[in-house]
Design a binder for this molecule. Structure first.
Ligand SMILES: NC(=O)C1=CN([C@@H]2O[C@H](COP(=O)(O)OP(=O)(O)OC[C@H]3O[C@@H](n4cnc5c(N)ncnc54)[C@H](O)[C@@H]3O)[C@@H](O)[C@H]2O)[C@@H](O)CC1
Ligand SMILES: [K+]
Length: 216
């Protein structure tokens, strides 16, 4: 059921249908995305002694901040390196920031913490990437790629165009990618494969409509 690969437009359409027509709240999908990533982190035998989640303020970042919370509650040493203006976060990501604040999850603005991590979670951009990456975002991606740590990407390695596999200026080279609902066609290209590593497709409750017909 989960073998096909989809475009960015399809991912966005299936997300919107699941939330608006079926009625599953967006935060439920985000929690499932975070739990799927968390389970892959625990199962893949990574060194979890110092985890840094690098997150921006879109929903990909929200997934990452929720992963940081799941790790923190488990007693794992985790910090969040936040990119972008939290005042401009999506509503779901603002909610994840509020929850993270309740748990006193540490935030860092020191890129050395990224470089010295034992595991990095890449939650900068997913299917919402829309232009070339520059400035602090590019600096963070270069730091991730310079680190010895293993890197797990959420949904798409940040900087990879999920439709074409093209590197949008600079892109995270991940060891593993937990991608939501279906694989993305850009991850099947040569550059896409080089940047995503082992791809885990996570069932988070979002399906193409033709995959749901049997259930209605
Ligand atoms: N909406 C949903 O139903 C779900 C979304 N999920 C996650 O949400 C992601 C998509 O979230 P969004 O649509 O918020 O998009 P993203 O979080 O991928 O990124 C969009 C944000 O980045 C900015 N941006 C784009 N390119 C940039 C660049 N080059 N430099 C600086 N800023 C840039 C955009 O202006 C926007 O603010 C998915 O990949 C997935 O990880 C999951 O939580 C599952 C459910
Ligand atoms: K990502």
């Amino acid at each position: 059921m989960m073998s096909k690969a989809i475009t960015i437009a399809e991912a966005q359409r299936y997300d919107a249908h699941t939330i608006n027509e079926i009625g599953i709240p967006a935060l439920v999908l985000m929690e499932r995305a975070a739990l799927a990533t968390f389970n892959n982190l625990l199962n893949d035998d990574f060194d979890l002694s110092r985890v840094v989640v690098v997150a921006a303020t879109g929903n990909n970042g929200g997934d990452g901040i929720a992963v940081a919370r799941l790790l923190h509650i488990r007693g794992i040493d985790v910090e969040v390196y936040l990119l972008g203006d939290p005042a401009k976060a999506t509503s779901q990501t603002a909610q994840q920031l509020k929850i993270a604040n309740y748990y006193h999850i540490p935030f860092t603005s020191d890129l050395n913490h990224v470089v010295n991590a034992t595991l990095i979670v890449d939650a900068i951009f997913g299917v919402g990437l829309s232009r070339d990456i520059t400035g602090k975002f590019a600096d963070a991606i270069n730091a991730i790629n310079a680190a010895d740590a293993k890197t797990v990407a959420i949904d798409v390695p940040s900087g990879i165009n999920a439709d074409t596999g093209e590197v949008m200026g600079v892109a995270v080279v991940a060891d593993s990618t937990t991608t939501m609902a279906y694989n993305k066609i850009g991850l099947l290209t040569i550059t896409g494969k080089q940047h995503s590593g082992t791809v885990h497709v996570a069932d988070i409750g979002i399906y193409a409509q033709d995959h749901l017909e049997h259930a209605r």
